[in-house]
Ligand binder design. Structure first.
Ligand code: OAD
Length: 242
């Protein structure tokens, strides 16, 4: 069921989460069999864990990085990139995902608010650089030559997500906010819908099941990202319908 839009949509913010990459073979965090199952995220994704058990944390992210080599973008990544490339207005894509599937699908712009597996940084020299495929505590930083302080450039629990000022500005200017494949549990991303709503955007959710924040959306589509996302963006582009 779609609704004809009475006003023209000029600016769109899209937020994606692990659900867009699930059908590419990457586990989500909280579905059964998910990434956090069997792990306490606090043992893996905090600065404290990095300090106390660096090799275990680096191993976890090394194996997630290597998994990307076996994955391809799916129809939802491709539909988003095609929309970005063909829509006459402004589209701003934010992902919570640390994979590179939006880029590989051809998205011309993507903001990784939780960082990226493809990037690493050194806590000695603060240099951010392209990640080495596998690195451990003893790996020497290509920039400063010291070992021991390389880390994946991903946002750990307790750290501040990237580029929040830019994100807030985009949300405040948006006519339409579309959230795809995210459980609405982790803030600040889970709070974007409330912000978008308060600043006048129409809010649409596409997710396999109800999220923690479904009640804040004007319209919710429940289903698989590879089916619902292409349908949604094609209706919006060709018929101005949501
Ligand atoms: P979650 O694992 O919390 O939620 C994934 C959501 O996607 C769930 O609501 C699923 O129902 C839905 N889903 C699963 N498969 C789907 C499919 N094929 N099509 C559509 N929806 C599907 O993942 P996120 O919400 O992305 O942060 O998690 C947010 C953050 O929590 C992550 O970025 C990560 C994690 O802790 C950090 O590591 C900082």
């Amino acid at each position: 069921m779609t609704n004809f839009l009475k006003k023209r949509i000029g600016r769109i913010v899209i937020l994606t989460g692990a659900g867009v990459s699930a059908e590419s073979g990457l586990n989500t965090f909280r579905d059964s069999g998910g990434l956090w199952e069997g792990y306490d995220p606090l043992d893996i994704a905090t600065v404290g864990a990095l300090d106390s058990n660096r090799d275990m944390v680096l191993d976890f992210y090394n194996s997630r990085r290597s998994q990307l080599n076996d994955c391809l973008p799916n129809l939802s990544h491709l539909a988003i990139s095609s929309f970005q490339n063909n829509f006459s207005g402004h589209v701003f894509l934010i992902t919570q995902n640390v994979d590179d599937l939006h880029e590989r699908a051809g998205s011309p712009q993507v903001l990784h608010m939780h960082g990226s597996l493809k990037s690493m940084r050194c806590d000695y020299c603060a240099e951010e650089m392209k990640a080495i495929e596998m690195f451990e505590k003893s790996t020497i930083c290509p920039s400063c030559g010291k070992a021991g302080k390389l880390r994946p450039d991903v946002v750990f629990f307790g750290e501040i997500p990237k580029q929040l000022d830019e994100i807030n500005i985009e949300i405040e200017k948006a006519d339409l906010f579309v959230s795809i494949g995210t459980s609405g549990i982790v803030y600040p991303a889970a709070g974007f819908v409330a912000h978008a709503r308060n600043t006048g955007a129409i809010c649409v959710e596409i997710n396999k099941e109800r999220s923690e924040v479904t009640n804040l959306f004007d319209t919710s589509y429940s289903g698989l990202a590879t089916e619902e996302v292409p349908r949604f963006f094609s209706n919006l582009l060709l018929k101005n319908e949501i």
